[in-house]
Design a protein around this ligand. Structure first.
Ligand code: SF4
Length: 145
């Protein structure tokens, strides 16, 4: 349960708009009006967290909320922090001992993707400049994990 209404019958009636927005606009029905009278509220089925139901986080219920109790949470800073995080943008090739930026770029240019490199045979890999048989085997071993 994430919204409890004020004891105002007009607002209690308006709370149904949130469930209606979810059901009719987003076609999800993740939330709906629950309980009666002073116990009226908007809740998920089984009073679960929004993360545990089929909520798409579209924000339609925020737009429909009559009392402004639902607010959008700005995650822009977290998104940019994750984009700057080098660990988040690492490739499986970065974990192969003997593969630097140049060899990684060359392999990706030749094969097109890590998936294609993974599918390539050792013989295919050693055809690339600077890739020995040992290194090709290391690449295959690392990408199989
Ligand atoms: S954010 Fe979730 S609960 Fe709100 S309308 Fe969209 S799907 Fe429904």
């Amino acid at each position: 349960m994430f919204l409890k209404d004020e004891p105002n019958f007009k607002e209690i009636m308006d709370l149904k708009k949130l469930g209606t927005a979810c059901k009719n606009i987003q076609k999800v029905s993740a939330i709906d009006a629950a309980n009666r009278g002073f116990n009226s509220c908007v809740a998920t089925a089984g009073d679960k967290s929004l993360n545990d139901v089929n909520c798409t986080f579209c924000g339609q219920c925020i737009q429909a909320c009559p009392v402004g109790a639902l607010k959008e949470k700005d995650e822009t800073k977290n998104v940019f922090r994750k984009l700057r995080d080098k660990e988040m943008t690492k490739s499986a090739l970065d974990y192969v001992d003997g593969i630097g930026e140049k060899k990684k770029a060359m392999l990706l240019k030749k094969f097109g993707s890590v998936k294609k490199i993974k599918e390539a045979s050792v013989d295919d890999l050693i055809m690339c400049k600077g890739i020995s048989e040992d290194l090709a085997k290391k690449i295959k071993a690392e990408l199989q994990d």
